[in-house]
Design a protein around this ligand. Sequence first.
Ligand code: IPE
Ligand code: IPE
Ligand code: MG
Length: 230
Amino acid sequence: MTSKRASQGARHVAIIMDGNGRWARKRHLPRALGHKRGVEAVRKVVRAAGDMGLEALTLYAFSTENWRRPEDEISALMGLMKAFILADLDEFAEAGVRLKIIGDYRKFSPDVVELIEGALKRTATNTGTTLVVALNYGSQDEIARAAANAAAKGAVTVESIEAELDTAGLPPLDLLIRTSGEVRLSNFLLWQAAYAEMLFLDTLWPDFTPEHLQAALDDFAKRERRYGGR
Ligand code: IPE
Ligand code: IPE
Ligand code: MG
């Protein structure tokens, strides 16, 4: 057996969708418009993920730290979330997309929670791409909750923690992409990224297209993953 293996195709890709604010600022537009264009990028990328045969696409939409933003920006983001579910759920549900949320979305306002739960129910038995949306998600919070649950059930081991993570049941994370030129994880999938490949792009999220995703998958397929072995 050769030690140099090309990667198989990616099954699970996660994206830190960053740069909406800078996209708007560059154009002297309000930040909210950057977020709006960001949602349009999401729409196209979710469609493409299905066509590209991804089993799971995880999108970082709102972090546990994003509550530090001004109230008007948070409410613009909530409004966009609602509008996205209302406008796009039918199409994605019919395309076989299964929705999954990681993070504690129950901290959002009741109307948002209700829409999310409706969408979860509606797509629960779908068997296409799993669209995982990280909402009020923070990896440290997730790991702490998982460890507490594992402890309550008995032994605290790598496996017992993993089984309690919000991502339990998803394929292992293959590729983590961050847009906007920032090279940090911002409390996203810290556990799951242990052996994920990373790709940091200068592109601002509203400018991200399915072509960028395809290029990322092509790049991933050429990488040699070793998992500590040789
Ligand atoms: C990412 O864009 C979207 C969210 C965090 C919700 P930003 O709003 O962080 O954009 P920048 O980083 O300020 O450009
Ligand atoms: C990470 O982006 C969170 C999301 C994309 C939802 P941020 O813009 O919040 O991250 P920092 O503050 O630059 O690290
Ligand atoms: Mg940002």
